[in-house]
Design a protein around this ligand. Structure first.
Ligand code: SF4
Length: 734
C-alpha cells in the first residue's frame, strides 16, 4: 500500500497478505478492546486491527494492541515441561505426565507434613475466566488450601474492599458511556492516556462534545493532568484528607442530595462528625491543596447535575487505598451520583481480566461474589461441586502480600505461581527473593520460561498465552467478551485450562467433581450458578458474546427470553432506589479518620519515590520487552527528575544515577522533566530488578494492597558512567 508522496520515495506498508481475520479481546489492559488478528494463507498471525462495530473501542487499538499478534512468536516462550530437585540445579526437560505427577505428590506431601494451608497458590489477572473458575474449583474443592490469592491484590484489592464496604458487594457501578452524560469528572490517581488509552479516547471525545470540567488529582503532572481544567498536585497518600475536606464543604454549604441520602444510605451523622475535623484551612496543610481550590472543586462536583469519579492505582496502591475508594464512594453517595447516566464511582481496573478473577476465581471467596463467611454460599457451592461442605474454609486465607511473609516465617513450604512473577511485581523484591529461596517446592506455570520467579522453581509448566486459548474476560465496565483460539501454544505448551484439568484428575481420585474440558461448557456451568445474583450472566453464551462484541453483566436468562437486546443488560448497577447489597438495601456512608502511616521523606532519604506505568509497556515487560515496536520506545530504565533538583545535584540529562532507599538501590538514567516536583522522582515499574528493589510497600489494613507509590529515597551521582551503564543494561535483561 502506498500513501503520502506517490511519485518519489513513497511511504510503503508491506501487504501482509491476510486471508482471514479472527475475533478476540485484547489481553493487556482492562479496557477490553475487541480485536481481530489477521492470518496469512499459511495460518500465521501477521496483523492486528480494532473491531469497528465494537462499542468499547470502535475500531481503535493502542500501541500494545496493534502489535499483539507478535506475542505468539516472541522470545522466551516455554515449550516443554521442566523439573529439577533443587532450584539451583540445572533444569531437565520432562514430560507432562511425570511432571504433573510430581507436582501432585509434592503438594500432598507438603500438606500431609505441615498442614493443608502450608501449600499456597497465587494466580493472576491474565487468565481467562473459565480458567479462573476451574482453578478455583480445583483449589477450593480438591486441593483444599485456603492460602490462595491472585496478583490482583497488587492492583485492584483496594477497589474491591472499598466497594464491599460502601455498597455491600464488589462490582463497578458505571460504564464508559457515562462519559457521554457527565457534567463533571474527577480522576483520582489515574493517567488514562498512558494506562488505558482507549478509555481516554472515549472520555476525550465525550469531553470535546460536552465540555465538562476535568479535575485531575495526582502528585505528578501526568499526561491526563496536562489536559485537565484543574490539576490538584496532592501530597502522596493524603487523598482521604482532600475527600474529607470536600465533604466538609459540601455538608457545610448544604450542597448534598438530601433526598438520595435519606432514601439510600446509612451513616450520615457519623460521617458529618468525622469530616467536621477537616475544614479546608486545616486540610490544606496536610494534603498540599490550597483552601480555595478545595472549596472550588467541592462546589463544582456537588453542583453538577451528574458527576463522575474514576480512579486507578494512585488511590489503590496506598496504605489508605481502601479508605480512598470509600471516600470516593462517600462523595458519590452524598451527591446522589450512583447508578444514573453520568453519575458514578468507577474504578478503572488493571489487568485484562482483573474483573474475571474478582468474579469467578474463588480467590477471596467462592464463585460469583459468594463468600466463604456465608454458610448458605458454602452450602450452595459445595452441593453444586459435589464436595463435602466442611471441606471449605469458613473465612478467606492469606492475601498474596502476606503469603511471602508466611514463607519467610516457615509457615508455607510450597507455592504454585500461575502467570505471575512476584520477583518483579512485589515490593521490596530482595525480601521476596529470600523468601522464595526457602521454599521446599515451587511450581511456575507461565507462557514464558525466562521470568525472574522461574529461577526459584522446581517445576516449570509451559502454558499458552492470550489467543492461544478460548474463553472470556470481563473489562472495567463489567463487559464480558470472547477470545477465540487463533494460534496454538508453541512446542509442547498447553492451555492453562488443560493443565488445571489434568491436575484435577490427579486430585479427583473418586471422580466426584466434574471438570468439563471445553470453555464454552464451563461458561454455561458458570451461567447456571449466576442466576439471580448481582453478576447474573445466565442470558449469555460464547456465541452471543462474539455477536454483540461483548455484553455487560447482568444479562439474565429472563432478558434473553424476553428478547431484550444485550445493551439493555447492565450498563449501570444500583439504578433504582434501595438496590445496594447490604441486607437493608442501603449503602453505607463511612467515616474515614486519617492516620499518616506512610514512609515519608526525611533528612536521610529526602525524595518521594513515585512509581507507575508507561504506555508502551505492560507490567514486568515479560511480553512487551520482547516486541520490538513496543520495547524501542523505552528500552532502558529511566527516572523522571525535576530539572531544578537535577541542577542542584549536578546531574545531566542522560546521566546514570543511583537511587537508594532503606531496602536497596537501583541504577537508572536521569530524565529531567517538570512533570515531577522538586521533592519527587517518578520511576516506571516495568524494568527487571529496578523499582521494586526500592519500594517499601506498607500494606493497606483492609485490602492488604501495597503502597507502591509512597516510598522515600536519596539520589547519588555515579563517577563511573560506563560501569553504571552496564549495570543498568542488566536491569533491562530478563
Ligand atoms: Fe489493549 Fe488496553 Fe490498548 Fe485496548 S487500550 S488495545 S485493551 S492495551
Amino acid at each position: 500500500m502506498l500513501f503520502g508522496r506517490t511519485s518519489k520515495n513513497p511511504i510503503k506498508i508491506a501487504d501482509k497478505a491476510v486471508v482471514e481475520w479472527k475475533y478476540a479481546t485484547c489481553g493487556y489492559c482492562s479496557t477490553g478492546c475487541s480485536i481481530e488478528v489477521g492470518l496469512n494463507n499459511a495460518g500465521k498471525a501477521v496483523s492486528s486491527r480494532g473491531v469497528a462495530d465494537a462499542d468499547v473501542n470502535r475500531g481503535k487499538l493502542c500501541l500494545k494492541g496493534i502489535f499483539e499478534h507478535e506475542l505468539f512468536d516472541s522470545a522466551g516462550r516455554g515449550k516443554v515441561p521442566k523439573y529439577r530437585k533443587h532450584w539451583h540445579d540445572e533444569w531437565k526437560t520432562s514430560d507432562w505426565d511425570s511432571t504433573l505427577d510430581t507436582t501432585h505428590d509434592e503438594i500432598r506431601r507438603i500438606q500431609q507434613t505441615y498442614g493443608r494451608d502450608a501449600f499456597a497458590i497465587i494466580s493472576t489477572g491474565q487468565l481467562l475466566t473459565e480458567e479462573f473458575y476451574t482453578l478455583g474449583k480445583l483449589t477450593r474443592g480438591l486441593i483444599g488450601t485456603n492460602n490462595y490469592d491472585g496478583n490482583t491484590t497488587l492492583c485492584m484489592a483496594s477497589a474491591v474492599s472499598g466497594y464491599k464496604r460502601s455498597f455491600g458487594s464488589d462490582g463497578p457501578p458505571g460504564c464508559y458511556e457515562d462519559f457521554e452524560h457527565t457534567d463533571c469528572l474527577i480522576a483520582w490517581g489515574s493517567n488514562l492516556p498512558e494506562q488505558h488509552p482507549i478509555i481516554y479516547w472515549r472520555m476525550k471525545e465525550a469531553q470535546e462534545k460536552r465540555g465538562f470540567p476535568l479535575i485531575v488529582v495526582d502528585p505528578r503532572v501526568t499526561m491526563l493532568a496536562q489536559f485537565a481544567d484543574i490539576h490538584l498536585p496532592i501530597t502522596p497518600g493524603t487523598d482521604v484528607v482532600l475527600q474529607n475536606s470536600m465533604m466538609y464543604v459540601i455538608l457545610d454549604e448544604g450542597l448534598q442530595d438530601t433526598r438520595y441520602i435519606e432514601a439510600n444510605t446509612n451513616g450520615l451523622e457519623e460521617l458529618r462528625a468525622e469530616v467536621s475535623h477537616y475544614d479546608p484551612t486545616t486540610a490544606a496543610k496536610i494534603c498540599g491543596i490550597d483552601e480555595d481550590t478545595i472549596r472550588s472543586v467541592a462546589r463544582l462536583y456537588a453542583n453538577a447535575e451528574a458527576a463522575m469519579q474514576i480512579w486507578t492505582m494512585g488511590i489503590n496502591q496506598s496504605t489508605h487505598g481502601s479508605d480512598g475508594v470509600v471516600g470516593i464512594n462517600n462523595l458519590s453517595l452524598l451527591c446522589g451520583n450512583i447508578g444514573k447516566p453520568g453519575g458514578t464511582s468507577l474504578s478503572i481496573t488493571g489487568q485484562c481480566n482483573a474483573m474475571g478473577t474478582r468474579e469467578w476465581s474463588s480467590c477471596s471467596g467462592l464463585p460469583n461474589y459468594r463468600q466463604l463467611e456465608n454458610a448458605q454460599d458454602r452450602k450452595d457451592i459445595s452441593e453444586f461441586w459435589n464436595i463435602d461442605e466442611d471441606f471449605l474454609p469458613q473465612k478467606r486465607g492469606m492475601f498474596q502480600t502476606d503469603i511471602y511473609h508466611a514463607i519467610e516465617a516457615g509457615l508455607i513450604k510450597g507455592l504454585w505461581l500461575i502467570a505471575t512473577n512476584p520477583l518483579s511485581s512485589l515490593p521490596n523484591s530482595e525480601r521476596v527473593r529470600r523468601a522464595m529461596q526457602k521454599l521446599e517446592f515451587c511450581v511456575v506455570q507461565d507462557c514464558y520460561e525466562d521470568t525472574e520467579s522461574a529461577q526459584y522453581a522446581n517445576v516449570f509448566l509451559p502454558a499458552g498465552t492470550w489467543a492461544e486459548k478460548e474463553g472470556v474476560m470481563t473489562n472495567t465496565e463489567r463487559r464480558i467478551n470472547l477470545i477465540n483460539p487463533i494460534a496454538t501454544p508453541p512446542g509442547d505448551a498447553k492451555a492453562d485450562l488443560w493443565v488445571f484439568n489434568q491436575m484435577a484428575k490427579r486430585f479427583n481420585t473418586d471422580g466426584k467433581v466434574s471438570f468439563p474440558d471445553k470453555a464454552a461448557d464451563i461458561f454455561l456451568e458458570m451461567a447456571s450458578i449466576s442466576k439471580g445474583r448481582l453478576a447474573d450472566i445466565s442470558g449469555m453464551s460464547h456465541a452471543l458474546l462474539e455477536q454483540h462484541r461483548g455484553i455487560q453483566w447482568p444479562y439474565t436468562e429472563q432478558q434473553l427470553n424476553d428478547k431484550q437486546p444485550p445493551p439493555q443488560g447492565g450498563k449501570r448497577l444500583y439504578t433504582e432506589d434501595g438496590t445496594f447489597r447490604y441486607a437493608d438495601g442501603r449503602a453505607k456512608l463511612i467515616p474515614l479518620p486519617f492516620i499518616d502511616n506512610n514512609e515519608v521523606p526525611d533528612e536521610k532519604f529526602p525524595i518521594w519515590l513515585n512509581t507507575g506505568r508507561l504506555i508502551e509497556h505492560w507490567h514486568g515487560r515479560t511480553k512487551t520487552g520482547k516486541i520490538g515496536n513496543n520495547n524501542k520506545y523505552s528500552p532502558i530504565p529511566f527516572v523522571e527528575i525535576n530539572p531544578d533538583l537535577a541542577a542542584e545535584l549536578g546531574i545531566q540529562r542522560g546521566e546514570y544515577i543511583r537511587l537508594v532507599s532503606r531496602r536497596s538501590d537501583a541504577v537508572v538514567m536521569a530524565t529531567p522533566t517538570h512533570r515531577v516536583p522538586k521533592n519527587m522522582v517518578f520511576l516506571p515499574f516495568h524494568f527487571h530488578d529496578c523499582a521494586n528493589r526500592l519500594t517499601l510497600g506498607l500494606l493497606d489494613p483492609h485490602s492488604r494492597q501495597p503502597a507502591f507509590k509512597q516510598s522515600a529515597i536519596r539520589i547519588e551521582s555515579l563517577a563511573d558512567q560506563k560501569a553504571a551503564a552496564r549495570l543498568s543494561m542488566e536491569m533491562r535483561s530478563f
